[in-house]
Design a protein around this ligand. Structure first.
Ligand code: ATP
Length: 404
């Protein structure tokens, strides 16, 4: 059978079938169209300004590695005038983050970008390995998510940078839309769909340039460009609910390739129906206020754990079994004034209003916070209570480190 020609250039042999629309493309046209779409997202949402210093949240995984590579290419091609820096958070997970950080160090050389690494142990006096040793796996993603959000802010502040970009992709957003729809949490759904997020607790904004990029296309891009990235998944168990939402989205994608983008777009449409004072999302739908301590727009730790690859029922059954096993690890963050019954049904029938947030300082660590005590300090309080007395000293020293 004659090779299929690329649907765009019509000359070279097609090597990639685009997951989102089944278009058959050659390698060069695929790379080109992928980059152009990210460029269109950046310009349509005016994500950057010339001369801006931007920190790329770099975990060494495929998403942030592709983000760094594409931003470097586009910055040069379209003269964005950005000053790009890699910012990595070392959560202190042996056999996972220590290895992925080696990849980021190589990326820093490959992309010729400065790299800043900020560790949980230095900021909080705890590594995630120690947290899990203390509390077990239940709720560990919540600790990690709250700590990481603040750590990225602190790392950026240390660099004098006011904009952090992350590698959250369309699949991540679709999962979060689905999770919040199933939870009946429209305000959080609205916040999760926004491409730019800002928090009253910080003057550092976040954005997601890969918001409309399919995870599979990100993997194809990384493979065809020969990018150096880390594939091992976090060793701590996934959140069961996110895993189930992920399985659902992947299965929908199999029967309807556009499902991922459709869910993202539906999420954006639903966000527009939620009053501003309830969602925190501004009129443009771009700028949003993140409730302090609320997990990143795309949700929780968002680790790749729980992802499925194949389309078979066996895969799904295996996934469901894993989700069932990890149910004990689930921990819901309930905001002040929100009531749930034992079956996790929200008892507040009326949409709650976001409490007005005012920037202040955490009385304990001195870092920017909209609460008297920041969320990270509240979590640390619980951890430190049960820590042997000789080690509590670290939390006192933390105040000195943070105020430096
Ligand atoms: N340890 C970290 N240091 C810096 N940024 C991080 C870190 N962990 C996550 N991020 C940022 O948050 C994004 C989403 O993280 P998530 O945990 O969902 O990983 P992921 O979807 O597997 O992404 P990746 O493939 O980049 O690891 C990442 O793409 C990255 O930009």
């Amino acid at each position: 059978m004659a090779p299929t020609p690329c649907e765009l250039c019509k000359t070279t042999r097609a090597l990639v079938v685009r997951p989102k629309n089944h278009q058959k493309l050659c390698k060069t046209c695929f790379i080109n169209i992928f980059e152009t779409e990210i460029h269109n997202t950046i310009t349509a949402n005016s994500l950057f300004f010339s001369g801006e210093r931007v920190a790329i949240g770099a975990s060494g995984g495929k998403d942030s590695t592709v983000l760094a590579s594409v931003l470097k290419t586009l910055n040069k091609r379209y003269h964005y005038g950005l000053n790009l820096v890699l910012l990595s958070i070392d959560e202190g997970i042996k056999g996972y983050r220590d290895d992925s950080l080696e990849t980021v160090k190589r990326n820093a050389v490959q992309y010729d970008m400065p790299l800043e690494i900020v560790g949980y142990d230095e900021l909080y006096g705890w590594t995630m390995d120690q947290v899990v040793e203390q509390i077990g796996k239940k709720g560990n993603c919540t600790y990690c998510g709250v700590f990481r959000r603040q750590a990225l802010d602190r790392g950026a502040a240390r660099l004098g940078i006011k904009h952090v970009v992350t590698g959250h992709n369309a699949d991540d957003i679709a999962e979060t839309v689905m999770m919040n729809l199933l939870r009946g949490d429209l305000p959080r759904l609205a916040r999760a769909t926004s491409i730019v997020t800002a928090s009253a607790a910080s003057d550092i904004k976040r954005s997601k340039p890969l918001k409309y990029a399919y995870e599979k296309e990100i993997v194809y891009y990384a493979l065809h460009k020969g990018l150096d990235y880390f594939t091992t998944e976090c060793i701590y168990s996934p959140e069961a609910f996110r895993g189930s939402a992920r399985t659902l989205i992947k299965n929908l994608e199999k029967v309807r390739p556009s499902a991922i983008l459709d869910v993202v777009r539906s999420g954006e449409d639903m966000a527009r129906l939620v009053p501003e004072e309830v969602s925190g999302v501004g009129k443009s739908g771009k700028d949003i206020l993140v409730v302090e301590g609320e997990a990143e727009g795309a949700g929780g730790c968002g680790s790749a754990n729980g992802r499925t690859s194949g389309g078979e029922m066996a895969d799904m059954e295996k996934q469901l079994l894993e989700n069932e096993k990890s149910q004990g690890n689930e921990m819901e963050i309930t905001l002040k004034g929100q009531k749930h019954d034992r079956n996790c049904k929200n008892l507040n029938r009326m949409p709650r209003k976001l409490p007005k947030q005012q920037m202040g300082k955490c009385a304990r660590c001195g870092y920017l916070s909209s609460q008297d005590i920041c969320k990270a300090c509240m979590l640390l309080e619980g951890l430190n209570k049960n820590r042997p007395k000789t080690q509590i000293q670290v939390s006192v020293e933390r105040k000195t480190v943070i105020q430096r």
